[in-house]
Design a protein around this ligand. Structure first.
Ligand code: C2E
Ligand code: CA
Ligand code: CA
Length: 761
C-alpha cells in the first residue's frame, strides 16, 4: 500500500477510534445522567408523597379532634339525633373518611354513621384483637391508625384512625374512630402526585411491618395487606442500604434522610429504590422504579448516540473514500502518464519494464520481442526540425498501431526505437511480421509538403530461447538489431554468434570513452604519389593504441564511435590533430601538399560540421593548404537530397571532395554527374582482384574512364605490387596509394619519406 493510502486510512481508523471512545464516554455519562434524573425525580415525588401522607394523617387527626370536641362540648351528646348530625356533617367534610364512630373510654361503641348497628360491635377493650391498640390510643395524645384491612360491611379496604378526646383536665372522655377508604385517601393522594403511575409506592408501618398502602396493591388483589413483610425481605433491604450507605434502619429513622439505592426484589427484578421515614407516624415510605424502565430510557438515548455515531462514520468513510478514490485516480493518471509516451500515446519503456513480467510470468508461453530502430531519424530532426520529426513519429506510430494485432503490444522504447511484443514465434511468421512492419514504415511520409523517407532495422529475440529475463531478452534483440543496422532496412533473428561481436563492441565502446583524454589516439599519414613516383599528398588515418585492448583498427572502432555517439569528439580530434601535424610538416619542409581527411557519415551529418571544420582551418592558419574530404560512397546513395547542399557548402569553402571506396556502393552515373565531386577513389578490393579476375580489371578501367570523362581525378588505393601500378598507369590513373610506396607513417617518418621522394608539386 502506498504511503498516502496508508495515511488516509490510518486517519480514518484513528478518527473512528476517537469517535468510538467518545461514544463510550458520552454513553457512560448519558447513563449516569438518566439514572440521576430518574433518581432525582423519584426522590422529589417521594418527598411530595411523604408530605402528603403526613398531612393526610395530620388533617384527619385534626378533623377527629374537632369532631371529638364537638361531642364533648355538646352535653347532650347522648342524644342520638344530634350526635348523628355532628358525625354526618363531619363525614361530608372529609371525603376520604367513609365512616365515623364514637367509643366510650370503656371500649363500648356509642354512635356510628352509615347506619351501622353499634350494638353488634364488640367491646374494643374486652376484645383480644383490639384491646392493645385501644389502650395505646387511650394513652396517646396523637392520632393512632391501624392496619389496612378489609371491612366487610363496607365491602372495602380501609385504614382505621382513632384519637382519644380529652377534657381540659386531660381525662379521656371518649375515643373517636374513623375509617379512611384506602383508595379514596392514599390512592387518591398518590395518584395526584404520581399521575403517570411511574413509581411503585409502598407505605409500611414500622411497628408491625404491615403494608399501609401499596400503589400496586390492587394488582396483588390486596393480599399484601393481610400479612406483615417477611423478616427476610426486610433484612435484605437493610443489607442493601448498609452496603450502599453504611446506614442502619435505626439511623434512618433518627435522621429521616431520604436515600436511593439499587435493589433487587426477591423475584430478581432490579429496581431503583428510594425510601424515607416519617417518624411522626412511624411509616416507611418507599418508591421504586424498575431498572428496566431506566435502561429502556437509556437505550433510547443510546440509539440516538449510535445513530449520530453511525452517521458520522458513514460521512467520514464516504469522505475518506472520495479522497482515496480521487488520489487513486490521480495516481492512475500519473501512472498512465509515466508509462505512456506523451507524443504518440504509446506505452513507453517504463510500461515495458513493468509489463514484460506479465509476458514472462503469466504463461511460460514463448513469445518474440522485436527491437526496431529507425535509421538516421536524427538527420530528419536536424535537417527539417523537431516538429517535423515529431509529426513523422506520430504518423509512424499510427501506422504501427494499425498493423499490430490485438495480442501484440507496441512500445516506444526511446526516441526512434520501438519494441514490439508478439506471441508469434515460428521463424517464418515472425520474420514475415517484421517485414510487414518495415514495409509499412518505409513508405514515404508527407509532412509540410515534404516527402520524407525513413528506414528501419529490426532485431528479433525469442523468449525463452534467447533470454529468460527481460534484460537479457532485450539485449539479445538489441544485438540482433545492431546486426541489422549494417544493412539498410534489414531484419535479423538473434544468433549466439552475434553476441560475441557485440560484446567486443561494448568493450570498445567503454575503452573508447577515455581514448582522447588518455592520449591514446594519434594520426598517421599514408602518402599518395603520381604513377611516376612523385610525392603528391597524404591521406590522414587515425590510430588507437588502447591501453586495455592494444592496437584497435579504425574499421573496428569508427563504427562503434558512430553508434555510441562518440564520433563528433573523435572527428574533432582527427581534424585538429591532422591540421596541426600537417602545418608542422609543411613548415618543416617549407612546402605544401594535398591532404585527404576521412569524414564519417555521422561526422558529416553533425549540425555545424562545415563551420567547425572551417574555423579549425582558420585557427591553424592553414588557409593555403589544399584539403580533400573523403566521403564514403554509400553515404552519397543513402541520402542524396540532404547531401547535396552540404557538399555545395563544403565546396564553397574551397575544399575538395573525394568519393571514397568507389565501386563498393551502387552509385549511378547520374549521381556522379549531379554531385560536385573532385576525385574518385577506387576501392582497394578492386585493385587487389585485378590479377585474379578480369571483371575487376575491366571495372577499374571503366571507373577511370568514366571519372576522367566527368573531369574527376582518379586515385587507386591498396597498390601493393609494381604490376598493379603498371596497369593503372596504362589506364591513366592520376594517383596511387598503397604499401608498394609506403604504409601509413607517423609525422617524422612522413617528413623523411617526403625528403627521400621526388617532388611533384
Ligand atoms: P579507407 O579510407 O579506405 O582507408 C584506407 C585503408 O587501406 C587504411 O586502413 C590503410 O592503412 C589501408 N591501406 C593502404 N594501403 C594499403 C595496401 O597497400 N594494402 C592494404 N591491405 N591496405 C592498405 P586503415 O587505416 O586501417 O583504415 C581503415 C578504414 O578506417 C579506412 O578506410 C577508413 O574508412 C577508416 N578510417 C581510418 N582513419 C580514419 C579517420 O581518420 N577518420 C575516419 N572517419 N575514418 C577513418
Ligand atoms: Ca579513405
Ligand atoms: Ca577504401
Amino acid at each position: 500500500m502506498r504511503l498516502f493510502e496508508r495515511d488516509i486510512w490510518s486517519i480514518f481508523y484513528i478518527l473512528t477510534a476517537f469517535f468510538t471512545m467518545s461514544l463510550i464516554a458520552v454513553a457512560y455519562s448519558g447513563w449516569h445522567t438518566i439514572y440521576k434524573q430518574y433518581q432525582t425525580s423519584q426522590e422529589n415525588s417521594l418527598k411530595l408523597i411523604a408530605n402528603s401522607t403526613h398531612s393526610l394523617y395530620q388533617t384527619n387527626g385534626i378533623m377527629l379532634e374537632i369532631v371529638g370536641h364537638r361531642f364533648i362540648e355538646d352535653v347532650t351528646y347522648k342524644d342520638n339525633t344530634n350526635s348523628m348530625k355532628i358525625l354526618d356533617a363531619a363525614l361530608l367534610e372529609s371525603p376520604a373518611i367513609t365512616a365515623i364512630a364514637i367509643v366510650n373510654p370503656q371500649g363500648q361503641m356509642l354512635f356510628a354513621t352509615n347506619g351501622l348497628d353499634v350494638a353488634r360491635f364488640p367491646n374494643l377493650l374486652k376484645q383480644e384483637d383490639s384491646r392493645e391498640s385501644f389502650l395505646a390510643v387511650m394513652q396517646s395524645h396523637h392520632m393512632m391508625f391501624g392496619r389496612t384491612y378489609y371491612f366487610k360491611p363496607f365491602n372495602d379496604w380501609i385504614v382505621p384512625i382513632r384519637k382519644a378526646i380529652r377534657d381540659n383536665q386531660g381525662n379521656v372522655k371518649l375515643v373517636i374512630t374513623a375509617a379512611l377508604r384506602l383508595d379514596d385517601s392514599f390512592g387518591f393522594m398518590i395518584k395526584n402526585v404520581d399521575q403517570n403511575h411511574q413509581y411503585a409506592i409502598t407505605i409500611i408501618r414500622d411497628a408491625d411491618k404491615y403494608i399501609q398502602y401499596a400503589s400496586n396493591g390492587s394488582e396483588n388483589n390486596y393480599e399484601i395487606y393481610r400479612k406483615p413483610l417477611s423478616q427476610e425481605r426486610i433484612d435484605v433491604f437493610e443489607k442493601s442500604i448498609k452496603l450502599a450507605y453504611g446506614a442502619t434502619f435505626d439511623e434512618l429513622k433518627r435522621t429521616e434522610h431520604l436515600l436511593s439505592l439499587p435493589y433487587k426484589t426477591e423475584d430478581g427484578v432490579e429496581q431503583l429504590a428510594s425510601l424515607k421515614y416519617d417518624s411522626t407516624y412511624k411509616l416507611w415510605l418507599i418508591s421504586m422504579t424498575e431498572m428496566a424502565v431506566i435502561k429502556s430510557a437509556f437505550a433510547q438515548l443510546l440509539m440516538i448516540y449510535i445513530t449520530i455515531f453511525v452517521a458520522i462514520e458513514i460521512i467520514l468513510y464516504a469522505l475518506v473514500k472520495v479522497i482515496f478514490n480521487a488520489d487513486k485516480k490521480r495516481n492512475s493518471d500519473l501512472l498512465y502518464q509515466a508509462t505512456h509516451d506523451q507524443l504518440t500515446g504509446m506505452p513507453n519503456r517504463s510500461y515495458l519494464q513493468t509489463n514484460i513480467y506479465n509476458w514472462i510470468h503469466d504463461s511460460s508461453q514463448p513469445f518474440s520481442i522485436l527491437y526496431l530502430d529507425l535509421d538516421r531519424f536524427k538527420s530528419i530532426n536536424d535537417s527539417f526540425g523537431h516538429q517535423c520529426g515529431d509529426q513523422l513519429l506520430l504518423d509512424l506510430a499510427r501506422r504501427l498501431q494499425l498493423i499490430i494485432p490485438r495480442d501484440s503490444t507496441v512500445i516506444r522504447h526511446g526516441g526512434d526505437e520501438f519494441v514490439v511484443l508478439t506471441p508469434l514465434v515460428e521463424s517464418r511468421e515472425v520474420l514475415g511480421f517484421a517485414k510487414t512492419i518495415i514495409d509499412t514504415i518505409t513508405k514515404p511520409y508527407t509532412i509540410n509538403n515534404l516527402k520524407l523517407h525513413i528506414g528501419a532495422s529490426i532485431g528479433i529475440a525469442q523468449y525463452p530461447l534467447h533470454g529468460e529475463s527481460f534484460d537479457t531478452l532485450l539485449r539479445s534483440a538489441d544485438i540482433a538489431m545492431y546486426e541489422s543496422k549494417k544493412i539498410k532496412n534489414s531484419i535479423h533473428l538473434f544468433e549466439n554468434s552475434m553476441a560475441e561481436g557485440y560484446l567486443q563492441n561494448v568493450k570498445i565502446e567503454q575503452a573508447l570513452r577515455n581514448a582522447i583524454s588518455d592520449n591514446e589516439l594519434f594520426m598517421v599519414y599514408q602518402p599518395q604519389v603520381t604513377p611516376q613516383g612523385d610525392f603528391y599528398g597524404v591521406e590522414a588515418l587515425v590510430r588507437w593504441q588502447s591501453g586495455a585492448l592494444g592496437l584497435v583498427a579504425p574499421d573496428c572502432f569508427i563504427p562503434v564511435a558512430e553508434t555510441s555517439g562518440q564520433m563528433p569528439a573523435i572527428g574533432q580530434f582527427i581534424v585538429q590533430q591532422t591540421l596541426k601535424d600537417i602545418k608542422e610538416i609543411q613548415s618543416a619542409l617549407a612546402r605544401s601538399f594535398q591532404t585527404s581527411i576521412n569524414i564519417s557519415v555521422r561526422q558529416l551529418m553533425e549540425p555545424g560540421f562545415t563551420d567547425d571544420f572551417i574555423n579549425c582551418i582558420k585557427d591553424n592558419n592553414l588557409d593555403n593548404i589544399s584539403i580533400t574530404l573523403e566521403i564514403t560512397e554509400s553515404l552519397f546513395i543513402e541520402d542524396i537530397h540532404s547531401i547535396r547542399p552540404l557538399l555545395d557548402e563544403i565546396k564553397g569553402h574551397g575544399l575538395s571532395i573525394s568519393m571514397d571506396d568507389f565501386g563498393t556502393g551502387y552509385s549511378s552515373l547520374s549521381i556522379l554527374r549531379n554531385l560536385p565531386i573532385d576525385e574518385l577513389k577506387i576501392d582497394k578490393s578492386f585493385i587487389e582482384c585485378m590479377f585474379i579476375d578480369e571483371a575487376s580489371q575491366k571495372m577499374v578501367k571503366n571507373i577511370i574512364m568514366i571519372g576522367k570523362n566527368l573531369g574527376m581525378d582518379i586515385v587507386a588505393e591498396g597498390v601493393e605490387m609494381k604490376e598493379q601500378l603498371d596497369i593503372l598507369k596504362v589506364f591513366g590513373c592520376d594517383r596511387v596509394q598503397g604499401y608498394y610506396f609506403s604504409k601509413p607513417l607517423k609525422k617524422d617518418q612522413l617528413i623523411q619519406f617526403i625528403l627521400n621522394t621526388k617532388r611533384s608539386m
